[in-house]
Design a protein around this ligand. Structure first.
Ligand SMILES: [Zn+2]
Length: 97
């Protein structure tokens, strides 16, 4: 009768091992899906040229001027950049190449 008891423990250990194996196989897929979704937007820092502040790209305001992307922390910096661009190009006698 004692062997029956050990066999019961053996089956329990095997069932636990199968359970752990199934969880190990299924778990990485779920992690990778959440990792690709979460890892996409974050991580890239851009510079505000007006106030020299670095901020996440998804929080920045994007303005495309003459094919170049410029990022700003606020509408105030964006407006200041655009007004300086307009004033500089039309008024002063800068040499153009
Ligand atoms: Zn700024």
């Amino acid at each position: 009768m004692i062997f029956g008891f050990f066999r019961l423990i053996f089956y329990a250990v095997v069932a636990y091992a199968i359970y752990k194996f199934v969880m190990f196989v299924l778990a990485p897929r779920g992690r990778m899906q959440t990792r690709t979704r979460a890892g996409g937007p974050s991580g890239v820092m851009v510079k505000d040229e007006v106030c020299n502040t670095y901020l996440p790209r998804e929080d920045a305001l994007l303005e495309t001027v003459e094919g170049e992307n410029h990022y700003f922390c606020s509408q105030a910096c964006r407006g200041r950049f655009l007004s300086e661009r307009k004033g500089g190009s039309s008024g002063a006698g800068r040499a153009r190449s």
